[in-house]
Design a protein around this ligand. Structure first.
Ligand code: PA5
Length: 464
């Protein structure tokens, strides 16, 4: 494992009475064993098939890479249509591993098509996309685990229709790749009928745990991302997360510390990477943490209404907006910093620049400055008694990104086990999906529509 996890600043020794005593970790050994056994004991079973996703064999990786190359060679743009877990994995990995202005680079510098991940149905966004892509050379990856999600299906319908007009019926089929559960859902049936190429999602891999399945791997292969190293990193993290000793297991330790902090009312978890490439890692984290842990009842059926609200923050940008609150506001947060030792590029602040300003900066690098600012923020928070911990990445590579993703998945699974909840369902999201079907008039949802229509609004509470 290449990542390092520094949780000193969660402890009383660093933050005084707001911290956790080391003895508390040891006293909770029974809880650690139970959480560990629940997650590791169910590896590869039920909704925990995601633990197996990094084990993809070389032959399958080669097939994916060959497919990716064939698309890369002919596509001017590659568009992912998906939402939630079917979009955030592709977004965060591509953000981390591609050039930060990938789409604006010249074709020869990009070495891959332009990438658009369309995870919203704002009509202006769809219209804007159509303004910048050439349908004749654009390829679409429709990703939906259920094959039923209104947002993704509506995007598919619009674009398939336009594609047929642009390139003709037969050629249009070649421009659509579907990633979905094989044998299930409306999209799979349509894909079979229309003859689209289909990539399967294993039945026991849920949306927010699917980044290392075909949900992510297909776009990564097209964009030329090193899948083998990504999965290698994920496997190494899997090994670390299978260590029974909490002191050696990063995901078990930080899951415990977060859940323990919740008992002190620290119900907000801030994810603050200090690297622009990791900006959307915070989105990935926010989804997996919120959708997995925000639950009304525990496994025993008792109402718990638990969960820690994730918040995303970017270093250093948000030092100048949110950090004031983190340092002096309520003691209701745990801040996770992600630091990068060595950036892909080094930028000097010229020593010889004669402008009579900022002499203290001259001769340094932006690399030094960003890391100094991360450490300074960590220092300020710690001094103010605020719980925080740091994940350190030696550099942002396919391997370390694979480690980070796998860590997030295990940390969430362990936290859910400590909380005694079902980490892998999302009844709150499903309710909204069903209500949308009803409102838009889908057959079979008449009762839901009645329920929706029965909700009365009091006009006196509306300001016009
Ligand atoms: O994590 C989840 O299960 C959700 O966020 C889903 O990914 C999201 O609702 C999209 O669902 P689907 O992939 O079925 O279209």
């Amino acid at each position: 494992m290449k990542l390092r996890f520094d949780y000193n600043n969660m402890m009383t020794s660093s933050i005084g009475s707001h911290g956790i005593k080391p003895s508390e970790i040891d006293k909770a050994q029974k809880a650690h064993t139970a959480a560990f056994n629940e997650v590791i004991g169910n590896s590869g079973k039920g909704w925990q098939e995601w633990t197996e996703t990094p084990l993809l064999d070389k032959v399958a990786i080669d097939v994916l890479n060959a497919f990716g190359k064939s698309v890369r060679e002919k596509a001017s743009a590659f568009v992912v249509l998906g939402i939630g877990g079917s979009a955030l994995g592709p977004i965060c990995v591509c953000n981390a591993l591609l050039h930060l202005h990938h789409n604006e680079l010249s074709k020869s510098a990009r070495k891959a098509p332009k990438l658009y991940v369309e995870d919203n149905i704002d009509p202006e966004r769809m219209a804007s996309l159509l303004d910048v892509i050439d349908l004749k050379t654009t390829y679409f990856n429709v990703i939906t685990k259920s094959g039923e999600t209104s947002e993704t299906l509506s995007q598919f319908l619009i674009l398939y229709n336009l594609l047929k007009e642009a390139v003709g019926e037969d050629a249009a089929k070649e421009h659509i790749f579907v990633t979905t559960t094989v044998g299930k859902g409306s999209l799979y049936a349509v894909a079979q009928k229309e003859g689209f190429k289909v990539f399967g999602i294993p039945a026991g891999v849920g949306g927010r745990f699917s980044v290392l399945s075909n949900v992510g791997l297909v776009p990564f292969a097209v964009m030329g991302i090193d899948i083998e190293s990504l999965l290698y990193g994920a496997r190494n993290m899997r090994e670390a997360c299978e260590r029974p000793d909490i002191h050696a297991n990063p995901a078990l330790m930080t899951a415990f510390l977060q859940v323990r902090s919740m008992k002190d009312g620290k119900n907000i978890s801030v994810m603050m990477p200090y690297a622009d490439g990791l900006r959307t890692m915070a989105d990935f984290y926010c989804q997996i943490w919120a959708e997995s842990l925000g639950k009304a009842v525990n496994k025993a059926g008792k109402t718990v209404n638990c969960g820690q609200t994730p918040a995303k923050s970017l270093g250093v940008t948000d030092q100048h907006s949110q950090v004031q609150l983190y340092t002096e506001g309520p003691y209701d947060k745990v801040v996770t910093f992600i630091g990068v030792d060595s950036f892909g590029k080094s930028v000097d602040i010229p020593k010889e620049e004669s402008a009579d300003i900022g002499d203290f900066l001259k001769g340094h690098t932006l690399n030094e400055l960003i890391n100094a600012e991360r450490k300074s923020t960590e220092f300020a928070l710690t001094k103010a008694g605020r719980s925080n911990f740091t994940i350190l990445m030696p550099s942002v590579t396919a391997e370390t990104v694979g480690e980070l993703l796998m860590y997030f998945m295990y940390e969430t699974a362990f936290a859910g086990a400590y909380l005694g909840i079902d980490t892998f369902n999302q009844p709150g999201v499903e309710e909204g999906k069903k209500a949308t079907f009803a409102m838009i008039g889908r057959e079979g949802y008449e009762k839901k529509l009645e329920e929706l229509n029965s909700v009365k609004k009091d006009d006196s509470f509306i300001i016009k």
